[in-house]
Structures are given as C-alpha cells and as structure tokens.
Design a protein around this ligand. Structure first.
Ligand SMILES: Nc1ncnc2c1ncn2[C@@H]1O[C@H](COP(=O)(O)OP(=O)(O)OP(=O)(O)O)[C@@H](O)[C@H]1O
Length: 289
C-alpha cells in the first residue's frame, strides 16, 4: 500500500487570528515496502506530516491517498478506523502511554477494541512481544517494573499487535543509551526485512538514515526542500552543511581524508562502505589488506 501526498497543506486553527500554516504544497510518495526517513529541523512540520499518514489529522488543502482511500478536509471521521489499524504510529516516548496492570493486557488493548478475542488475541499478543524481543515470561508482569527501553518495547508491541502494514516511528530511540539505540534500530530493520513492514522514520540522526533508509525526505518550514535516495541527498555535503542538517560520520571522515589527498570512487555513507573504500585505495597503492 503506497501513501501519496498531493499538494497537501495543513493550517492549524484556520480562520482565526492564530492560524498557522505548518505544511505547504507537499508532494511525496511513501512506497510500499520502503524504509523512508523524514528529516528536518525542529518546527519544520515532521510531526504534523506524520499525523496525516493515518489520518489522525486531515489536510486542510490537497489530498492524502492511503492505499485506495482518499483523505481530504471533508472526509468523515467514521471511515478512518481501518486506516489507523493499517498505519501504526509510534509517537515519541510511547512508554508514557502504557496504562494496564499487566503487559499482556496492555498489548491486547488495540486488537481487543477491534474485536479480536480468545486464543487469537493471546497469539497476537505473544507474537507481537516476540517481535520486540520479549518472551512469554513478560506477559503477567507489570509494564511499570521494566526498564525504560523494555517499556518502550512493550508500547511498540501494542502498535504491532494491530498488524499494521506501515509502521511510523517518531524519534524512536530518543533517550536510549547507545546500546539500546542500536538494538532498537536493529529490531525495526528486522521487522522491515522479515515481515515486509513499510517503515517511516523521523529522525535527526543522519547515521541512522544512512544505515537503514532507502529514501529520504527533507522538510524545512513546512515544505519538502529535497527528496531522493540517501546517496543523492548526502552526496551534496555542502548543501547539508549549509542547511545545518548534519552529515553521516563516515561521510565526514571520508571528506577529511579527501582533504588530505585520498580519492574515493564513491563517497561512503556508512562505516561499512568507508572500510570498503579505504581497502580499495590501499589495494591500489599495493598495501596488504
Ligand atoms: N496545535 C498546534 N497549534 C498551532 N501551531 C502548531 C500546533 N502544533 C504544531 N504547531 C506549529 O507547527 C509547526 C510544525 O510543528 P511540528 O510539531 O509538526 O514540527 P516538528 O518538525 O515535528 O518539530 P519537532 O522536531 O520539534 O518535533 C511549528 O511551528 C509548531 O509551532
């Protein structure tokens, strides 16, 4: 299922003295099966855009196409339940929304509301916990006795329990330590590869974009100012620096080597690519690698 934005605009509190245009003339496609990163400075409109992906808010101009459903200003709310099931959003610090006394009940909350019950409900809860790396021993435990990272996993399992085909992640590793960040990003990549889930990731970490995303959308002041493959977006490092968006660490390192006379065939975005490029250069110069 693709999600398409056609000339989408969004104004908060329209027709009031407080009207604020947060999105303007957005045209983009989130392709089924892709891993799309959305980057941009604070206030650029990322969260506003995310909420259009499952019609939590409706555009005040243009059309959002979610699969074959068209969402416009006039779309009635009653037709949107299925959309919200298909596109799951993990907001920042989702663990703050845990509320049930056991993990099993918390993860079951969404599917139960959609009429799933009995053995099927039990299975979907177990499967979802397994996807986030938590085994059955967690079922009866209270979510509030877990570490912050585990609580976040439980909250994510609650979204996965709805069996979404698109998973939207708003800064999902904020507040985690480096190991927790790495594990969680690995977990999303596995879900993407093994379950075929389309991922939309909002992040300010360019290394995560370089390591995982296959498409990048850059927002600024409510508009898309660049979009394309990570290679296309990151190769223009001068533009990125001017925009103060940050550059992947491997790319920065390669640039420093280039300033000292190294020549790269392609500019690396990840440490793996950097290692390969350096090995190539050393091989050419006759060093043993
Ligand atoms: N409920 C609201 N009423 C009025 N203006 C709002 C509202 N929510 C957000 N805005 C404004 O819309 C703009 C875009 O906000 P949004 O939260 O989408 O940006 P963002 O890129 O997600 O920022 P951050 O990285 O800080 O989360 C900001 O200028 C913000 O002040």
């Amino acid at each position: 299922m693709d999600i398409q934005f056609e000339q989408v605009g969004y104004t908060y509190q329209p027709d009031t003295p407080f009207a604020f245009c947060a999105l303007k003339d957005i045209n983009l496609t989130i392709k089924e099966g892709s891993y799309t990163a959305i980057v941009g400075h604070t206030g650029s409109g990322k969260s506003t855009l995310l909420q259009h992906l499952n019609a939590l808010i409706k555009p005040t101009a243009g059309v959002v196409k979610i699969g074959d459903r068209l969402i416009t200003t006039d779309t009635p709310n009653k037709n949107l339940k299925e959309v919200r099931k298909e596109v799951g959003i993990v907001f920042q610090f989702p663990e703050a929304q845990l509320f049930e006394e056991t993990i099993e009940k918390d993860v079951a909350f969404g599917p139960k509301n959609f009429g799933v019950e009995g053995e099927e409900l039990k299975k979907v809860v177990r499967d979802s916990l397994q996807m986030v790396g938590l085994d059955d021993s967690y079922l009866e435990r209270s979510p509030f006795e877990l570490s912050g990272g585990q609580m976040r996993r439980v909250a994510i399992a609650g979204v996965l329990a709805m069996k979404p085909s698109v998973l939207v992640l708003d800064e999902p590793t904020a507040g985690l330590d480096p190991r927790g960040r790495k594990e969680m990003m690995g977990m999303f990549y596995d879900l993407h590869k093994e379950q075929g889930i389309t991922i939309v990731l909002v992040t300010h970490l360019m290394d995560d974009v370089a390591n995982f995303a296959d498409y990048v959308i850059v927002l600024e002041k409510g508009q898309v100012i660049k979009q394309g493959l990570p290679k296309q977006v990151f190769t223009d490092t001068q533009w990125l620096t001017t925009q103060q968006l940050g550059v992947p660490a491997a790319t920065t390192f390669a640039q420093q080597l280039m300033a000292r006379g190294f020549q790269f065939d392609t500019i690396p975005l990840t440490t793996k690519e950097l290692a390969q490029e350096i090995a190539k250069i050393l091989r050419k110069s006759g060093e043993q690698v």
